[in-house]
Design a protein around this ligand. Structure first.
Ligand code: NAP
Length: 247
């Protein structure tokens, strides 16, 4: 028996990295899972195949979460096809790094619109379904770099700090609706996103992590599953999964 048997879930940005690990873990624990991706259909299909191989049910949903109409249409499609929507994991995110004097307006807008905007668009679309069933578990993926200064990432750290603030307010607004809203804030995690960081910088970063290594995506997924499966009395909180990088 799985810990989330009978539940339905939508994970944004689930074709790769942390989202993929979350989708697989939810499926392993018995949820039917909608796997969202932006453009990488082949990778998303691999995740769908893995879920099917586990004996689970998967729905592939392409949408750019930074586009309000696409994000909302996706949430409605998933809720209708699954007949209800219990779990929303706002995971999809991007980086467009530059030091402040060089950061373009487009880099700023793209990151805020996708990371923070996408979180709002999907959450606001999910609320009517979750309110109607008096049950919902929303987990927003923030970042260590929303908790501490992140040189060259003013856009990203603002989006991730914004997610933490957004989570608290959403949790307070929804506390009487049976819906919990929490944040998981990963530290540096071995995914495509982190691979784009130059090797020399990776070594420097590792030196600042008390546990001396980067996270595996599955370690982030475990915190998400905990909140979804066992977090009935937890809302408005953030769980940092970062090897002790921010205490
Ligand atoms: P990743 O490996 O780069 O994967 C990003 C995922 O998001 C992909 O599935 C991608 O889809 C999807 N995506 C990107 N833009 C999208 C959009 N506009 N609409 C829908 N989906 C979109 O990233 P990751 O490292 O797993 O990161 C996942 C989350 O964790 C992000 O929010 C990130 O900020 C956060 N995080 C990561 C780290 C880290 O070190 N890796 C640390 C802290 C926080 P396609 O495959 O279709 O492109």
């Amino acid at each position: 028996m799985g810990r989330v048997d009978g539940r339905t879930a939508l994970v944004t940005g689930a074709s790769r990295g942390i989202g993929r690990a979350i989708a697989l873990e939810l499926a392993r624990e018995g949820a039917r899972v909608a796997v969202n991706f932006a453009s990488n259909e082949a990778k998303a299909q691999e995740v769908a195949d893995e879920i099917t191989a586990l004996g689970g049910t998967c729905l592939l949903v392409q949408a750019d979460i930074g586009k309000p109409q696409e994000a909302r249409a996706m949430v409605e499609k998933v809720a209708k096809e699954f007949t209800h929507l219990d779990v929303l994991v706002n995971n999809a995110g991007i980086t467009r790094d530059a030091m402040l004097p060089q950061m373009t307006d487009q880099q700023w807008v793209d990151v805020i619109q996708t990371n923070l905007g996408g979180c709002f668009f999907c959450t606001s679309a999910a609320i009517p379904f979750m309110t109607a069933q008096s049950y919902g578990r929303i987990v927003n993926i923030s970042s260590l770099n929303g908790q501490i200064p992140a040189i060259g990432q003013a856009n990203y750290s603002a989006s991730k700090g914004g997610i933490i603030a957004f989570t608290r307010t959403a949790a307070a607004e929804l506390v009487h609706s049976g819906i919990t809203v929490n944040t998981v804030a990963p530290g540096y995690t071995e995914t495509d996103m982190f691979e784009s960081v130059p090797a020399a910088l990776q070594t420097k970063i590792k030196g600042h992590i008390p546990m001396g290594r980067f996270a595996h995506p599955e370690e982030i997924a475990k915190a998400v599953i905990f909140l979804v499966a066992d977090g009935d009395y937890i809302t408005g909180q953030q769980i940092s999964v970062n090897g002790g990088a921010f205490m």
